[in-house]
Design a protein. Sequence first.
Length: 111
Amino acid sequence: MSLVRRIVAYKNALESRLRERFEDTLPGLWARGLYHGLFSHPAYEIIELEAEDIEDAFMVACFPDAFGIPSPVSYYTAELLPYLEDEYEQWQRRMWDRGSLLERKGKQLHF
């Protein structure tokens, strides 16, 4: 049995055991409400977009030379590139896709 199958089997067994035990009890209702609040509530998307905006601001402050803006800080922030490699590539794609950036900001500001 591969590791993935073992993990899926464990997850299914745990979910069924928890469902049997806490179906209509107070902890079960509490867990259902927690899941709704964390993952399925519409505010989750707003919080996710806000976190993305904060990450974008941080990346622009650290790597302005990606857009041709000279900055003396770039020499020191280049040391962060090995740690931020995946985020940097995603950020560059988001920033260069002007249509999606403008659409997203317009949607947030109700334009």
